[in-house]
Design a protein around this ligand. Structure first.
Ligand code: ZN
Ligand code: FE
Length: 254
């Protein structure tokens, strides 16, 4: 049976491992040693690496893992990915029969220009585009690209499980409460996330339903969110993109 497990890495990264019988695929293995330890202790062999973007905390383990397992390496066609064997872009469907997974590629530029997400089997691996109650910083792309990428992800089915690459949920909820202090779902989510983190458990995966109810970056079209962004920026914002841009800038300095 297919299962998806988190391996905490660095300060707040997750390397997600999709496993089935004795085969595994790793999403964004930034650290080879941590993953090797897990694979050995679970007697798993690695058939594929799936990279969402080129940052070192996501691709740092690629070459060592490839040398060990001769695994396939999928990653954005438009970025320089160590050991890349299968460049991927929107419209591609990749199949991993060894673990019983088929995944569609979505282009999600913004955090980086070539950033991609993997969607299939009810799971979304969204790298540094969408976070629990937040979103990634806009480093290489434009605000418009990031906003469009988040819009694209937010239209996937509500029960889609969201596997983000970082544990940022509590800090993001703190910001979201500044934007929407009266959001009931947000308060419920905070209580739940606090309980999980107290036990050192991940707050992820979340679902797109939960994100649409609580994540301000997916709620730019909601009048109350637009009002908060307008108040904070001191300008009257109307379009969802303007609201998104103001929220992202507000969060950068938060
Ligand atoms: Zn990144
Ligand atoms: Fe990252």
């Amino acid at each position: 049976m297919l299962s998806i497990e988190p391996i905490p890495a660095f300060r707040d990264n997750y390397i997600w491992v999709a496993r089935n019988n004795q085969r595994a695929a790793a999403i964004d293995p930034g650290d080879a040693a941590l993953l090797l330890h897990y694979l050995e202790s679970e007697n798993l062999s690695l058939v594929a690496i799936l990279n969402t973007h080129h940052h070192a905390d996501h691709v740092g383990g690629n070459l060592e893992l490839k040398a060990r397992f001769s695994c396939k390496i999928y990653g954005p066609a438009g970025e320089s990915i160590p050991g890349l064997t299968h460049p991927a872009r929107e419209g591609d469907r990749i199949s991993l029969p060894e673990i019983g997974m088929t995944l569609d590629i979505l282009d999600t530029p913004g955090h980086t220009l070539g950033h991609i997400a993997y969607y299939g089997e009810g799971a979304l691996f969204c790298g540094d585009t969408l976070f629990g109650c937040g979103c990634g910083r806009v480093f290489e792309g434009t605000m418009a690209q990031m906003h469009a990428s988040l819009e694209k992800l937010s239209h996937l089915p509500g029960d889609t499980r969201v596997y983000c690459a970082h544990e940022y949920t509590l800090a993001n909820i703190h910001f979201a409460k500044e934007v929407e202090p009266e959001n009931e779902a947000l308060r419920g989510r905070e209580a739940e996330a606090l309980g999980l983190r107290k036990k050192h458990l991940p707050t992820l995966p979340s679902t797109l339903d939960i994100e649409r109810q609580t994540n301000p970056f997916l709620r730019c079209f909601i009048p109350r969110v637009a009002e908060a962004a307008s108040r904070h920026s001191g300008t009257s914002l109307t379009s969802p993109l303007e609201v998104f841009t103001a929220l992202r800038q507000w969060k950068n300095d938060f």
